[in-house]
Ligand binder design. Sequence first.
Ligand code: LMR
Length: 335
Amino acid sequence: MTFKKHGLILFLLVLLSACGDSTVNTLQTDEPIIIKFPHVVAPGTPNGQTASRFEQLVEARFPGRVDVEVYPSGQLMTDDDSLEALAFGEIQMIAVSLSKFDRLTRAFQIFDLPFLFSNIAAVEHFQASDEGKSLLTALVDSGFLGLAFWHNGMKHFGAHIPLRLPNDAEGLRFRIMESDVLQAQMESIGGNPQKMAYGEVYQALQTGAIDAQENTWSNIYSSKFHEVQPYFMLSNHGYVGYFVAVNEQFWKSLPNDIRFGLEEIMVEVTEWGNARSIAMNDDSKEKLLATGRSEIVILTDQELEQWRMAVQPVWEQFSDEIGADLIEAAQISSN
Ligand code: LMR
């Protein structure tokens, strides 16, 4: 999506947040309150399973009063379109990758810094800190109310050749999410980054339009990237997680008992999903290996250290935008 469209979203968000409750469902009828909740990944992934659990628990607690409609696998719209739809009140909830917001806020760029977080526990520790929790309100001025962070997992590279050292990536066309930090990450190792919607990646790999990509095992396996990519590198070089948000005007218009109940359920499913995300990704990795279609290349500590050194300049490049204090807080979480 061009900056023009993002600029339009930003303008619309400001306009809508100023126009009060005109985007809100009329909640005084006997009709159930509809919560449309699209996402782009498969139902079996951490995001997919946690969204489904939210749907089940809400409808069990508020039968006939609240109807949660989860639309997985990009059935309803792409992540980019869901940001605009949330602003208009066409949908009521999203769980979009933190890497896809940097046209609306630069606040989430920290989650894209390569090798900043050593594992999910480090991310979890940072997100639970005062600095991390403050990021949930990063988009309030745009009418998005952050409810939670959901984990997917750590990212790994995949390519048509084994990538043992940064030089192996020279000139390769890497699909990335729409993130300037990820663009800088790939450029720092001589790659040619291609911003692309998640749903287009399989065909781009199959046709040779791109040579490589990065994602979590659950996304790689559920999207069958192993069918069109012979090598994966156990790099753990980055994090995929989600900003779970609602249209603030919609949320404020809910009856108090429903809003409080939804907040309680959100806490419960967030704990449930985040506690299972590592196992879900490990399961996907084992299933990928069992297909025999791809090889997972284990990098030595020395090889990984060369990747870390090659992408280190990206931290400095974005330090002013992200804030050195936030980066320091994240590094402390990783120790
Ligand atoms: C991607 O676009 O690769 C990810 O955002 C997919 C996901 O996990 O939402």
